[in-house]
Design a protein around this ligand. Structure first.
Ligand code: T46
Length: 137
């Protein structure tokens, strides 16, 4: 599976680092929503869903975490541990987030507003959907 990571440019000087992410310049979509996940306890696994119509960039701006990706055919495990690196996740991708360090802050830039109807939370339904799409192509 192709894992798409964006390398953002840190603007560092003797005061520290600054990363700017501009919609449709540094990432391929307009940002309509920002959320972040923190205080996730050790051993916790979150996610367990796919989206039908959502693009997202995940940046672990502090600490580290791992992302399990599954496109219905292949899986990948991605480590996020750099505040200047973003993981791109688009539609039809099952994701789980795990191995959060105690200090982890996972920032997410999303292309659409929150919509519970966009979530596919049943893995069997997800598999059927991606396999049906492949068959009908
Ligand atoms: C995703 C991964 C990476 C809202 O009210 N608004 C929001 O924009 C979001 C994302 C969540 N919520 C509420 C819904 C739940 O009551 O926050 C609660 C926790 O959300 P959820 O269980 O969906 O969180 P995760 O960590 O399983 O998944 C989240 C995103 O929902 C999802 O789109 O791709 O992070």
């Amino acid at each position: 599976m192709e894992v798409i990571k964006y390398a953002f440019e840190p603007h560092g000087d003797d005061r520290g680092q600054l990363v700017a992410i501009e919609a449709q310049l540094d990432i391929p979509f307009e940002v309509r929503r920002v959320y972040y996940i923190y205080d996730t306890l050790a051993g916790v696994r979150r996610g367990f869903h796919a989206h039908q119509d959502l693009e997202q960039i995940l940046v672990c701006v502090h600490g580290s975490c791992k992302i399990h990706l599954d496109n219905g055919y292949e899986t990948a495990e991605v480590v996020l541990d750099k505040p200047h690196e973003g993981l791109y996740i688009s539609n039809d991708m099952w994701r789980e987030m795990y191995d959060f360090s105690p200090d982890a802050v996972l920032l997410v830039l999303a292309s659409r507003h929150y919509d519970e109807a966009d979530y596919i939370r049943d893995y069997e339904v997800f598999l059927k959907m991606v396999h049906d799409k492949e068959t009908n192509q």
